[in-house]
Design a protein around this ligand. Structure first.
Ligand code: CP3
Length: 346
């Protein structure tokens, strides 16, 4: 498959493309009735992630329905703590619940030795999706960035202010570094295996980057992300890497200039004019429609989508949301958004 026939790969190589390629974060999921149908048949969410036949089907659902320019592997960022031996559950209506890691001994009790064995079904899913995708659709592999995964591991789930994990990172940074280093190692190995099995692009989701101050963000978000990108590219120089440090504000500028980051997912709170001048000359920008604008639809969605297209039309760009699609989103709004981006809205 030549890169020149794959719009997402061209855009991530720095080409300006009109219309830009489009995919949406969390494009496989509960807003689709065909997803909910398959989800009902799986005993729990992790089983769905670890059953290649179902995970392949769910990955392909948005491609069939909307003809996006990329498929993103169906899995979750929390499969890494699970593979390291931490207890991870997804509780209906609550979200993820983990047995929290709070001491150095608990970090040291985790083990990377079974990661590939436990994640083998994910690699099989990647292979299966790669075999079925149309030639011009890119397959995106992904993982959580170490900081965001660590927040779930230490807090034991989603958190309001991240007080426990931040106190550890700020007050005993040598200890916390052991956890981050373990996550850098296991995440890089996991992504290299996704690439070996057919992912051409990888995205690192750092959903909670914006919880940290400037210096901590550089240490716990930017550095580990750059190190993972370096290792993945050492294994395969052709892979493209997208970072998504949500909420990083002006610190996005450091990511844009960092080695090994080809694309930068920007959230909807970032000023577009700033992103155009400070980020786009250095790397491909991806984003940044507010997911609620997609949910609401109508003229507001159209106007926002067009404003985003105008803002980034002079450089390399990938259309996406500023964060994941919400479960209440009408699928028809997604279809219309894609028509708008492709200039086919009537
Ligand atoms: O993008 C895709 O379509 C691929 C699949 C994907 C999922 N999670 C499936 C999922 C991806 C890329 C993720 C990433 C993810 N997971 C992130 C980073 C992106 C973001 O949204 O901030 C985070 C923080 C998680 C952790 C996580 N997983 C939470 C907090 C939850 C519960 C809340 C929620 O959105 O439901 C999950 C569960 C989850 N991951 C679901 C899906 C489809 C819903 C579970 C279900 O269907 O029962």
């Amino acid at each position: 498959m030549a890169d020149k026939t794959v719009p997402l790969l061209r855009a991530l190589a720095g080409d300006r493309r009109i219309p830009p390629p489009i995919w949406l974060m969390r494009q496989a999921g509960r807003y689709l009735p065909e997803y909910r149908e398959i989800r009902r048949g799986a005993t729990n969410f992790l089983d769905l992630c670890f059953t290649p036949e179902l995970a392949i089907e769910v990955t392909l659902q948005p491609i069939r329905r909307f003809a996006m320019d990329a498929a993103i592997l169906f899995s979750d960022i929390l499969v890494i703590p699970h593979a390291l031996g931490q207890k991870v559950e997804f509780v209906e209506g609550t979200g993820p619940v983990l047995e929290p890691i709070r001491t150095l001994d608990e970090i040291r009790a985790l083990s990377a030795s079974a990661v590939h064995e436990r994640l083998a079904p994910v690699y099989e899913t990647v292979r299966g999706v790669a075999a079925e995708l149309p030639d011009d659709v890119a397959l995106i592999g992904f993982a959580g960035a170490p900081w965001t995964v660590a927040t779930y591991m230490v807090e034991g789930g989603t958190s309001r202010n991240f007080a426990t994990v931040k106190r550890w990172a700020y007050g005993a940074s040598d200890e916390f570094a052991e956890l981050i280093d373990l996550l850098v190692d296991s995440t890089a190995d996991y992504l290299i295996e996704q690439v070996r099995n057919g992912a051409r692009v990888i995205q690192l989701f750092d959903t909670w980057a914006g919880a940290l101050h400037e210096d901590a963000l550089a240490r716990w978000c930017l550095e580990p992300t750059v190190e993972i990108a370096r290792r993945v590219k050492a294994a395969d120089p052709d892979v493209r890497v997208i970072a998504f440090p949500r909420g990083a504000a002006t610190l996005y500028a450091r990511y844009a200039r960092a080695e090994g980051i080809d694309g930068l997912g920007i959230d909807h709170t970032l000023e577009r004019a700033w992103a155009k001048t400070e980020l786009q000359p250095h790397c491909t920008v991806q984003g940044n429609l507010d997911p609620i604008a997609l949910l609401a639809g109508g003229d507001h969605m159209r106007d926002q989508a067009e404003a985003i297209l105008d803002s980034f039309a002079d450089g390399p760009f990938v259309f996406n949301l500023g964060h994941g699609i919400l479960p209440e989103t009408p699928p028809d709004n997604v279809a219309r958004l894609i028509d708008i981006v492709r200039g086919q809205d009537r």
